[in-house]
Design a binder for this molecule. Structure first.
Ligand code: SAM
Length: 220
């Protein structure tokens, strides 16, 4: 993803509720049965510029954090933001990470949406499930497929109005990674994929227009 410096502003102007998403995601994990333990190992998958890392450190300074992202540019931006923090950094996809059962919890915010539903989403989710201890939890947030509602056009118009009111005036190229080449799926398909990957049914914990967040648990 290019233009990582502008990313933090753009993402807040584009996604309603983004500013509190990382706080909510970390709060959920921090009270989960496994990641509530002192010094729990937690994976931030697709850390981008580090929004979830900042919040994790603020709420749980005791967590052993691992941050992964295949983009050198995003990883460098996150590293700079986190200063000399003792985070384990990996330039890697989740699928390539060798982390069998190591983590008590994981966060994946706005990552699955960019993978095609041609086996890639399933491979990503399976790797996340494999990286968790049995009973470990994942907070997953993504753009979902639009609902078939007669009012859907109003939802789409409202999204544009939200962007305008937020002053979004970004170079279309900078917006591309967040708006182009995405592969949103509906909740029924997400449930089928997460079940096949080894997770329980998703529990919805967030929704703002098409952006939805879910809490999942790796089956024992
Ligand atoms: C839209 S950004 C979201 C970053 C951050 N989680 C946030 O909410 O601001 C998506 C990030 O996922 C990373 N990514 C894409 N495919 C991935 C994969 N297979 N495994 C891990 N990270 C991936 C991208 O490089 C990018 O930094």
């Amino acid at each position: 993803m290019s233009a990582s410096l502008g990313y933090d502003l753009i993402v807040q102007q584009l996604i309603p509720g983004y500013a509190s998403l990382a706080r909510l995601a970390v709060a959920l994990l921090s009270v989960s049965p496994l990641a509530s333990r002192p010094g729990a190992a937690v994976l931030v998958a697709g850390c981008g510029t580090g929004a979830e890392l900042v919040e994790a450190r603020a709420q749980r300074p005791d967590w052993q954090l691992t941050a992964i992202d295949p983009s050198a540019e995003m990883l460098a931006a996150a590293q700079q933001r986190m200063g000399g923090d003792s985070i384990r950094w990996h330039q890697s996809t989740v699928e390539a990470l060798q982390a069998d059962g190591r983590f008590a919890g994981a966060l994946s915010v706005l990552v699955l949406q960019s993978l095609a539903d041609d086996g890639s989403k399933l491979a990503f989710l399976t790797a996340l499930a494999r990286s968790l201890e049995p009973g470990g939890q994942l907070v997953l947030v993504d753009l979902m497929a639009p609902e078939r509602s007669p009012l859907q056009h109003q939802v789409e118009a409202a999204w544009l109005a939200f962007q305008q009111a937020s002053g979004l005036n970004a170079d279309p190229q900078a917006l591309e990674p967040l708006t182009q080449g995405l592969h949103p799926i509906g909740e029924a398909r997400l449930t089928a994929l997460v079940n096949a990957a080894g997770f329980t049914d998703p529990a919805r914990i967030f929704q703002a227009l098409g952006y939805e967040g879910f809490l999942l648990q790796r089956r024992p």
